[in-house]
Write a protein that binds this ligand. Structure first.
Ligand code: HEM
Length: 163
């Protein structure tokens, strides 16, 4: 053995990816979106939001890929596939996969192929309502991500196994 610990490296990369990704979602949800919604001119709100947020989308896409790859590596190295057979005991393992799947769908499928068209149409009809809907969606996704994140850190370090 060379002392090369791929397991520790996969864990470090997993946390790095999650940090960039969920931290960015928190910034977009709690800082960027409210600031855009403060603009007086409704039509400008979505335009500014899209201009700023699309720079984060590229970071988010890369982070989602890295989190997924390192996560799969961890499952394989730990040999813990059987956790997925017990949703109640290992809810945060299912939570990670669920959060990952929702974001991957949003970033790689819905946003580029569906949402851009839907948003453009809704923005013409009622830009203020659209911004409210986008803000609500971000709050729900952020809350779910943070709940899973807390569960994953506590769960990985024995949070639910006392004594
Ligand atoms: C396909 C998606 C994912 C897979 C397969 C996956 C898999 C894993 C595995 C196997 C572990 C190690 C568990 C253990 O040590 O018992 C882990 C840890 C962790 N995961 Fe994920 N994960 C995924 C996505 C996510 C997402 C979306 C988040 C954030 C919401 C996340 C956050 C974490 C955190 C914070 C840890 C704990 C790191 C530590 O404290 O050591 N993961 N993940």
């Amino acid at each position: 053995m060379t002392g090369f610990n791929d397991f520790a490296i996969a864990r470090a990369l997993h946390v790095l990816a999650v940090l960039l990704w969920i931290g960015g979602v928190a910034f977009v949800t709690l800082v960027l979106l409210p600031a855009c919604r403060d603009l007086a001119e409704p039509a400008d709100q979505l335009a500014l939001f899209e201009r700023l947020e699309h720079r984060f989308a590229a970071i988010a896409r890369g982070s989602v890929l890295l989190a997924g790859a390192s996560g799969l590596w961890l499952v394989w190295r730990l040999g813990v596939w059987e956790r997925f057979a017990d949703p109640a005991g290992w809810w945060w393992m299912h939570g990670m996969v669920a959060v990952w799947t929702v974001f991957a769908l949003m970033l790689f499928v819905l946003e580029p192929f569906v949402l851009q068209k839907v948003f453009a149409e809704q923005a013409r009809r009622d830009p203020v309502a659209l911004m409210a809907r986008i803000a609500r969606l971000h709050r729900v996704l952020l809350a779910a991500s943070l709940a899973v994140l807390l569960g994953a850190v506590a769960g990985s370090h024995g949070g639910w196994h006392f004594g």
